[in-house]
Design a protein around this ligand. Sequence first.
Ligand code: 76T
Ligand code: MG
Length: 214
Amino acid sequence: TRSTRPQRLLGAVQKNATRGDPGSVIQAIDHYCRNKEWAMNVGDEKGCILDSVVSEVNPATVLELGTYCGYSTVRIARLLPPHAKLITLEFNPAVAAIARQVIAWAGLEDKVQLVEGASGDFIPRIKEQFGVKTFDLVFLDHWKEYYLPDTKLMEECGLLRKGSVLLADNVVCPGAPDYLEYVRSSPRYESRYFKSHLEYTKVEDGLEKSVFLG
Ligand SMILES: O=C(NCc1cccc(CNc2ccc3[nH]ncc3c2)c1)c1cc(-c2ccc(F)cc2)cc(O)c1O
Ligand SMILES: [Mg+2]
């Protein structure tokens, strides 16, 4: 049977990237998705904004909702300090299996814990199952209608502390209007929009960075 898009993306990584070299994995995916077939990675343009926020926060604990093929997982993990931990959650088992191989090819498996499941079930269990108190950085890139309910759930579960940073992909395309309204109007967040483009296209999109004020 015909391969899947994630399988073909992994093939491009294994063919064109150097094992243990995260930069070459990022380049191989961007080249494949720009020249061969589009895929919903955060991409190189928004990826640079992601890099600058990760470097600024210098997080010890990171939560990523929506792993997909592991592109943003690799972008984040390659910038983490030695004992930092990234927990990434993926709903689709077949896609998670590809992401594990992409993360391993980059040599970053020691910094990354990939969990298969749905955010609504997983978020309430994080504290006891993973020994995490709070997250310094959360990257939201899963189903866009889940951004708001999951943010409220993280607040309720005490997973955010004064200064925790939420960074949300796709707040324009496909869009997360209820989430934007919430973080921009709530007195508990200081929010800022980073204008960019939908990965590998000229369509407008952007990242919303929101600092939890406690
Ligand atoms: O929709 C998107 N991504 C989310 C997504 C999508 C599908 C499957 C999953 C399954 N993974 C999953 C689900 C639920 C979960 N709960 N916790 C973890 C978790 C993980 C996740 C998306 C779309 C576009 C886009 C498409 C088309 C177009 F024209 C323009 C733009 C661009 C993006 O950058 C995007 O990020
Ligand atoms: Mg996205």
